[in-house]
Design a protein around this ligand. Sequence first.
Ligand SMILES: Cc1cc2nc3c(=O)[nH]c(=O)nc-3n(C[C@H](O)[C@H](O)[C@H](O)COP(=O)(O)O)c2cc1C
Length: 327
Amino acid sequence: MQDVTDLPFWGLMNRYGGADTYYTEYFRVHADSRLEKWILKSITHNPTGRPVVAQMIGNDIPALVRTARELQNHPIAAVDLNLGCPAPIVYRKCAGGGLLREPQRVDAILGALRDVVKVKFTVKTRIGFDDPAVFDELLPIFSRHSLDLLTVHGRTVAERYRSAVHYDIIAHAVAALPFPVLANGNISSPAKALEVLATTGAHGLMIGRAAIRNPWIFEQIRQQQNGKPVFQPRGHEVLDYVRALYSSAASPGITEGQQVQKMKKYLNFLALGVEPTGRFLHDIRRVATEAELFNICTLHLAHDDFMPLEPFAIPFRENDVLAGEHA
Ligand SMILES: Cc1cc2nc3c(=O)[nH]c(=O)nc-3n(C[C@H](O)[C@H](O)[C@H](O)COP(=O)(O)O)c2cc1C
């Protein structure tokens, strides 16, 4: 996730059990683009010991081909193309989710990339731009280019993050495609993870926002799958996680104010699992210093009660956070 899943964040997730595979933030690809150094560093310094997939976004075929070649000089398990980003600044240029309006263009891009990607070649897609009917045109295109894996976020671009997730359409993709499909969207607990795996038949899951809210989720899912007791964090443990996030947000030369701002990005997501009234979120958005931030976190988290960390329906605001952003 843009501005979230950087190298320190991966390292932190790994301490809590971590994902089986990590995806980079996307590399923006155009005629003059270069591999962004901070994203590349998460590949070259990957602290997780797990495979890394490098994601690209763009529509310029020669530039995508050049970038895919360059990426393969680094230790990646796969090159992934983003066909899902709903940010207007991206889709208006017909990249990310914007490409879903032009299946023929997707066809040409996938064909060119399939020829040069010698590691695994994967795609992350939504189910259409404003109408999932186009998905039936896209599935044969994905199939023809023998992707190694497709991740489906079960919403259209127009639905952004607001609607229910169309797991039935993910199940349709699983049934139609000869390669593995990952299901994505609103997987917020180990029980939901198993339910989505069962109802879609997907090979696996991609988890986004829930990982920020609940870094234990990957391990919890493994425990649930293996019939073991599922770890439940208590308030104090969540507070420790916030402290660890704060440390991971540090970098040479960063000011306290910048570090607090960076924390707000994470806490916007964590807040949804903290309490249902929106008070925590409201107060966190107004802090300016480390001391203020931890005063509020201590007020809400210095306790021994279990915290499911599933999102409350706060009259919010997650969409506000995402409006105009890269996701
Ligand atoms: C802040 C943010 C940044 C994101 N950046 C990316 C990205 O760079 N590439 C991508 O494929 N998806 C990105 N996404 C979308 C997520 O990968 C995921 O598809 C979406 O959040 C739905 O899954 P979830 O309910 O598990 O979060 C981003 C989402 C958020 C909230």
